[in-house]
Ligand binder design. Structure first.
Ligand code: F0G
Length: 462
């Protein structure tokens, strides 16, 4: 017999616990959306059929994770569950100190409270919203320096999440190393379309950081997905395993923040990991103040167990091949039908380019919001607007168009099957066929900060 190499990439799991999805009629969806002020965040999840609002904390856990959770140690201090968690994180990242936190932003809060102050600048490829918010909350500037290719939705480049090295060097020359408490890299780059960062770029950023004696931190939420892109797109990595690639990536950094709700395969949790002894002691003191004792840090023992196991499952090559393929599978179908999306598809989501799809809706009438609502009305699908409602409000109360108006369809891990994705493609194509009829929206009620979560709108008719 010869070795058989099938083209079909199957879900690398079988299912033994299921939950129902919720079917609704068009009439019910129209009523639900109206009652929610035309804001999908305000819908009840029971009124959603396929929920692609986020890939954060929404995935399915494995039988091994559940087994660990049942056998967890809930001791306040020194629980064995913590030591299993710590060993996993150390094994994969190589960092000496592991500080648990209840989610990514809690780790960011501890880190930036410890290192950032007024007048400082923290460069990154692109700060995620919560990272930016914590940097700014401590009076520092969060500076995004992704390569120019990363800002052009349909330009094909293998590593659109890369840091612009020349821009980084310019920032250091201008600002001075004393005012740069850290350089960060977000892998993959969520706000830039889930685009990966190459190992060469991680190495280059690290070399600059070390030459200037500036600490270098990785926002590691989707580190395993990034490792897969390095394996499949970067010369010299095809024969390396995802875990070897992840270890190399972390070896160039001084620490990382992590939301274990993503590549930790858990429903809640996170950590800060770092090598600096003095800073670690300072961070643990802050942790006691906000998260709890340093061997549980805002999590139950069973959460620590779920993550200790989940981090390895996220690095399984069969899982990663399926994971990245399920995103590109949808992307390929949409591209073939002429639907504008961010290309190439990234690690955790497909991003629809609403501004290109709906030229009759001006950015301040929120084309991506309109598209998002249409997906819900047509097919019960919930995505999220990443556009002018999310980013358009200026500190002085005026409004301007965001850089892009996108709808992110984020895939929860191990949750939906290929037929769900086929259905999703059909819904998107139906909305695409009706695109000329989609309305713009106006805001009727909003809050001054992070308005997208609670904003209420109405369609502009006539
Ligand atoms: N960094 C990145 C790159 C993220 O995508 C997120 C969360 C965080 C940090 C914060 O982690 O939610 O555990 O506090 N992203 C979610 C999303 C919310 O939908 O993209 P958290």
């Amino acid at each position: 017999m010869r070795e058989f190499h099938p083209k079909t990439i199957i879900e690398p799991f079988r299912i033994r616990s299921v939950e129902p999805v919720h079917f609704t009629t068009l009439e019910q969806r129209e009523a639900a959306l109206k009652a929610a002020g035309y804001n999908p965040f305000l819908l009840r999840a029971d009124d959603v059929l396929i929920d692609l609002l986020t890939d954060s904390g929404t995935g399915a856990m494995s039988s091994r994770q559940w087994a660990g959770m049942i056998a967890s140690d809930e001791s306040y201090a020194g629980a064995s569950s913590f030591y299993r968690f710590e060993a996993s994180v150390q094994d994969i990242t190589g960092f000496k100190h592991v500080i648990p936190a209840h989610q990514g932003r809690a780790a960011e809060n501890i880190l930036f409270t410890a290192i950032a102050k007024k007048g400082d600048v923290i460069p990154s490829n692109t700060h995620f919203d919560t990272t930016r918010a914590h940097v700014e909350h401590n009076g520092a500037e969060a500076r995004d320096q992704v390569i120019a290719e990363g800002r052009q939705p349909r330009l094909i480049h293998p590593f659109k999440g890369n840091m612009d090295i020349a821009a980084l060097e310019k920032t250091i020359a201008e600002v001075g190393r004393e005012r740069i408490p850290a350089i960060m890299l977000t892998v993959t780059n969520n706000s830039g379309g889930g685009q990966p960062v190459s190992m060469a770029n991680v190495r280059a950023v690290s070399a600059i950081a070390r030459a200037n004696r500036i600490p270098f931190y990785i926002d590691a939420c989707r580190f395993a997905e990034n490792a897969w892109f390095i394996k499949t797109r970067e010369d010299g990595y095809a024969d390396k395993s995802p875990i070897e690639i992840a270890r190399e990536m972390f070896s160039y950094a001084d620490g990382c923040t992590m939301s274990a709700k993503k590549d930790g395969m858990a429903n809640i949790g996170g950590f800060l990991a770092l090598n600096d002894d003095t800073l670690a002691a300072q961070c643990r003191n802050l942790e006691i103040l906000t998260e709890g004792f340093p061997t549980y840090g805002g999590m139950a023992g069973y959460d620590l167990e779920a993550i200790a196991q989940g981090l390895y499952e996220a690095l399984d090559p069969h899982y990663l091949r399926y994971r990245i393929r399920s995103i590109s599978y949808l992307g390929d179908r949409l591209t073939a039908a002429g639907v504008p999306i961010v290309l190439p598809t990234g690690g955790h989501a497909v991003y629809l380019d609403a501004r290109a799809m709906l030229p009759h809706i001006t950015p301040t009438q929120y084309p991506a919001w309109s598209l998002c609502n249409a997906l819900y009305l047509v097919g019960g699908v919930r995505g999220v607007e990443i556009g002018t409602v999310m980013f358009g409000m200026q500190p002085d109360g005026t409004e301007k168009a965001a850089t892009m108006d996108l709808v992110r369809l984020a895939f929860p891990r191990r949750t939906y099957t290929q037929s769900h994705v086929d259905y999703l493609a059909e819904v998107i194509l139906e909305v695409f066929a009706q695109r000329d009829t989609l309305p713009g929206y106006r805001i009727v009620q909003q809050s001054p900060v992070l308005r997208h979560f609670t904003v209420r709108l109405e369609p502009i008719t006539g």
